[in-house]
Write a protein that binds this ligand. Structure first.
Ligand SMILES: *Cc1c(COP(=O)(O)O)cnc(C)c1O
Length: 633
């Protein structure tokens, strides 16, 4: 059990000899109780321990208050302490400066750092070699307070000087960035940190002052650089800037994303210390996301690619490719997909009563609801198909079931409106005789890992259609690929590397590239011109404005696309990519009507998905960032 201290004041204590130390006065403690989870590896004797923390109040229930009938007060302190480990913030890619959230971040960080330091001292009797034995990987900015917290322990508890402490800390911490979207960058109000964590605040001020002095010197007093890179500025602490200042390594999570970090987001740090910047493309656990969830595909791979060797060597999946002209293997692959579709349809029927058309393409977009992920672009295209089917009974068309799954953050009202719109569209399409056996739209409720595990094996087309430059990596894209779905997508995040693996002929690419998005923005993008010049697009937007059969209109959404309303018009460039998306959708539909071709593409996708196994990512962290010796890999 560790004690985590909040609030109070810091007193300076000067010794007769001029020595200085600090004392913490007042404030309150919360107890951190370890809850260990054992994580068994595959094919190893080792079991790792994942240490989770529970929060407990150190003071027992105040019975005097209780007997006086002040029940609420009595329970309050306990409830406050215990809420720290109980409440999960549901926002995705978004920053909210909530006090409880900051308490949580410090609580988990402080408990963990204290625990590592205690174990280290028990083994070595000193923290002077701490950085030679540990790396702390800061996974997004949420645990950034490890930097001042480790400084605090080295300065206040070990009595080291600033320079030695800073050397140890900066050789211990490494940072993984997960997003470049400004609304997601954590910036904590100075006043919140000052009152909740007074000693951490003092240390942050010292880090910030020293860093600014360095920046001033390096950039010859160029205040624009100092302002952009500062750790504390305008009454806020900027966590990403603190990370790039203190960490010995900074990485993005896909090749494109890591390039953008170097070229744009952290360019002025990159020019100073280019050797800090790395890439580690994300990966997924292929033992879970392929062999466990898709046992029939697992059996086929074992037959064709050397038994279970691929479970520890995912690159062995390439051996499947020997069968890409083998009709019997391709037919088995198709039969496995068909069985998985029927079994998912059975699940949906039992859960919701909806009957999915298993003869149609299962075209799937499942991910958190976010404007940059462009579920709305998918909706616009389905609306186009609906209008064409209504207008022209001979419209050439491959039957489709569009499946959506997405949670919206509770306060993200536009995201919730888009979910409402998907449901309005679904109700209309599914009830219209013109769409019968041809077009179906289903919003799956409560999208979560356990649902993803059922859905991936049944998916045929994977929608990865974010505005280029906005999705850091994506991992859903990899789950689909490993289960033999083909991707329709933009050159964004890890899609870029998927495209490099499979080539133009095994993916349906469309849309602006990241650099073209930036150029168009710079020249002055006007979505309204696309609306005026594309009659299909205009009809789609007008229909969404009016709404569907339930009589609910969505002018709020279309006004954002055409006019902006409190921001730039069509910030994520849906209108610019609409025509290109429509063409890619048509290519996918036509390809599906040639099952031999489709199945070959699916097989090639599975065969070349090995590099997206987490084993490869973890090995890269170990080799390129953590300095694990080659013989241990
Ligand atoms: C994999 C996964 C995600 C991430 O999906 P992206 O398409 O990469 O955003 C989100 N939610 C769940 C439940 C997942 O399994």
């Amino acid at each position: 059990t560790e004690r985590v201290h909040f609030g109070g004041e810091v007193r300076d204590i000067w010794g007769e000899d001029g020595s200085h130390r600090v004392a913490y006065v007042g404030g309150s403690d919360v107890l951190a109780v370890p809850k260990d989870m054992e994580i068994a590896g595959y094919g190893t004797e080792h079991v790792n321990v994942l240490r989770l923390w529970d929060a407990k109040s150190p003071t027992p229930l105040d019975m005097s208050l209780f007997s006086r009938g002040e029940y609420l007060k009595a329970v309050e302190q306990q409830a406050m302490a215990e809420s720290i480990a109980k409440i999960l913030y549901p926002e995705d890619n978004h920053y909210e400066g909530k006090s409880l959230r900051l308490k949580q971040q410090y609580f988990f960080v402080s408990a963990t750092v204290q625990c590592i330091c205690r174990q280290h001292k028990a083994e070595y009797g000193t923290l002077r070699n701490f950085h030679q034995k540990h790396v702390i990987q800061i996974n997004d900015t949420h645990p950034t307070l490890v930097i001042p917290e480790l400084m605090r322990i080295l300065l206040d508890e070990e009595g080291y000087g600033w320079d030695e402490a800073w050397h140890i800390v900066t050789h211990t911490v490494a940072y993984t960035n997960h997003t470049i979207m400004v609304e997601a960058l954590e910036r904590w109000p100075q006043q919140l940190i000052e009152t909740l964590l007074p000693r951490v605040w003092q240390i942050l001020v010292e880090i910030s002052n020293r860093y600014q002095a360095h920046l001033n010197e390096y950039f010859h007093g160029d205040q624009s650089k100092v302002r952009d890179l500062a750790v504390i500025w305008g009454g806020e602490v900027r966590m990403a800037n603190l990370c790039v200042c203190a960490c010995f390594a900074v990485n993005g999570v896909s090749a494109l994303h890591s390039d953008i970090l170097k070229r744009e987001t952290f360019h002025d740090v990159y020019v100073q210390t280019p050797e800090k910047f790395k890439n580690v493309t994300n990966g997924i656990d292929h033992r879970r996301w392929l062999s466990e969830i898709n046992p029939k595909l697992d059996a086929l791979i074992r037959e064709c690619a050397g038994g279970d060797a691929y479970l520890l060597q995912p690159e062995k999946l390439v051996q499947l490719e020997r069968y890409k002209e083998d009709a019997s293997v391709l037919n088995r692959l198709a039969e496995i997909k068909a069985e998985n579709k029927r079994s998912f349809a059975g699940y949906v029927a039992r859960e919701s009563g909806v009957l999915l058309n298993t003869d149609a393409i299962f075209d799937v977009q499942v991910k958190r609801l976010h404007e940059y992920k462009r579920q709305l672009l998918n909706v616009m295209h389905i609306t186009y198909l609906y209008q064409r089917l209504k207008a022209d009974p001979h419209f050439e068309f491959t039957p489709r079931v569009y499946l959506f799954g997405a949670k919206a953050a509770p306060g993200y009202s536009v995201a919730k409106e888009i979910i409402h719109l998907i449901n309005s569209l679904a109700a209309t399409v599914n009830a219209d005789p013109a769409c019968k056996d041809r077009l179906q739209v289903v919003f799956l409720e409560n999208y979560r890992v356990s649902l993803a595990e059922k859905l991936m094996p049944a998916s045929e087309l994977s929608e990865q259609i974010s505005t280029a430059g906005k999705e850091a990596s994506g991992t859903g894209n990899m789950k689909f690929m490993m289960n033999g779905a083909l991707t329709i997508g933009t050159l964004d995040g890890a899609n870029v590397e998927m495209h490099q693996q499979v080539g133009d002929e095994n993916i349906f690419l469309f849309g602006l590239k990241a650099n073209e998005v930036a150029e168009k923005k710079a020249k002055g993008y006007r979505s309204y011109e696309y609306y005026m010049h594309d009659e299909f697009l205009k009809a789609v937007i007008d229909q969404i404005t009016r709404g569907f059969d339930d009589g609910v209109g969505y002018a709020d959404i279309t006004n954002r696309l055409l006019f902006g309303k409190g921001g730039p018009a069509d910030e994520y460039m849906l209108l610019a990519d609409f025509e290109s998306y429509r063409e890619a959708q048509e290519r996918a539909g036509r390809t599906y009507r040639d099952p031999g071709r489709w199945n070959r593409m699916a097989l090639v996708n599975i065969a070349r998905s090995g590099i997206f196994a987490a084993d490869r990512s973890i090995r890269e962290y170990a080799r390129n960032i953590w300095g694990v010796p080659a013989k241990k890999l």
